[in-house]
Design a protein. Sequence first.
Length: 146
Amino acid sequence: MTKPEKAGKKPAGGGFWRWAIAVIYFAGGAWLILAYAILLGGKVALSRLQLDYVATLDMFDYVSSALILCANLAGAVALVRLRKSALYFFCFSLVVSVFSTALNAATQGLLAAIGRSGIAGIIGGWALNLVACYYSYRLKRSRVLS
């Protein structure tokens, strides 16, 4: 016979942070898709430097953005479902993001085009990704993720 569960007891790993991270990633994914639609649709005025940068974007840039988006969304879904693949998706996303950003900064003038606020956004995104990786790692280590 199994022990009856206590009333009001939270399920393991079912806390606030799992849902908060997932909602942030779902909202971020929607925002990225909207931003690309606005940017590529010519609906926003860009400076000359920004226009020059956008003109240098190639298939690698779009594919890496799509990979990052898909990995983040898959990680968020896996985290909600308490799957250990969440850790791997978030780590993959972070590695691809750091690599593609470094490559764009070195070869395409990314930092000059996005300015200080853009750099702060990139660092904030990496910090969020590190939090998601660490949280997923802790849940995996404590055997909450299966």
